[in-house]
Ligand binder design. Sequence first.
Ligand SMILES: [Zn+2]
Length: 299
Amino acid sequence: MDSDFEINEHCYQIDTKQWTLPKVGVVYAVKSEKTFLIDTGTSQTNEKILSTLEEFKITPESINTIIVTHEHYDHGAGAIGLLKKMPNAFVSASEKTAEILRNPTEFFETTKRHYGDAAVLVSDYPPVRDVQVVEEGNRFDLGSGVSLEVVALPGHTPGSIGLFEPKTKTFFAGDAVCNYNEEFEFYMPPSFPELFDYENYLKSLDKMQGIDFEYLCMGHFGTQKQPKAKQIIKKAAEVAKEWKDIIVDIYGKTKSEARVYNALLERAGDNEYIKSFPDFIRRSILGQLIRGYVLSLKL
Ligand SMILES: [Zn+2]
C-alpha cells in the first residue's frame, strides 16, 4: 500500500520521507469543518508534507491547528516552515513540549551529541514563538462530530501526548508506543536519552490499552488497525521489559554500552531490519536507546 493514504473518512496518513526513507517519519491530517495537522516532521520535510496535503485536496490555508505530539526534533522542527505556508494555523502542544518548541537550542545540542557520528542526519530545529498549551482532557472541536481529545502519555518524553478522535475511533499516539517495523516484525523501545522515563512509558502503554480505538496512528512507520494495534502495544511493553533485563544485567555488571550493544544485536538474531542499517546509523540509534535506559534507570 502507498504510504500516503486516506485512513478513514476524516483522517489521512502522510509519509514525510524523513532521511528520504519510506515511513521513517509519518504525520497525520484530520479534516472536517476545521483541519488539523498532527506533527510537523523535520525542518527538511515541509515540501513533502505540503505536496501530499495538496494531493488530498487539503490547502495550506485550511489548516487551523498544528499539534506537536512531543519534544523531539523529528516531530516539532518542521513547525516554523509549515507555519509560513499555513497563515491561519497556530501550534498546540503540552506544556513541556511548548518549552522546547519555544527554545530548542540547548535540548537540540544534546540530541546531536547523542547522535554522534550520525548527527549529519539531524537537520536544524528553529524555535516557534507562539505555542498554545494543552493538557489531558482538553478537546478540540473540528465540526460535524469530529473532535480530538488530548491524552497525556509521558514516558517516551515527559511532554508526550496522544490525540483520540472518537467519531472515527482513531488514536494518534506520537512515539508513545514504540518503533515497530511491520515489514520485519521488529520492535525497538522508543528510549531516546535525556527525556525517556521507563516506568512512565509502561504506564502510558497500559493507559492506551484502555482507549477504544480502531486505528492506531504512530509517529514512525504509520497506521495499524485492530486487533493488531493492541497486540503491538502489548508486545511493545514485553520488548521494553526484555531490553530492561538485558541492560540492567550487562550494563550493571560492566558499565559497557558496547557489550549491551552486542547483546542486543545477538538478541535480534536473524532479523534483517536492524542489519539493514548502515553500521554508523545502527550504532548511533541502538547506542542512544541503551543510554536512554541507563539514564532513566540510573544505572
Ligand atoms: Zn520521539
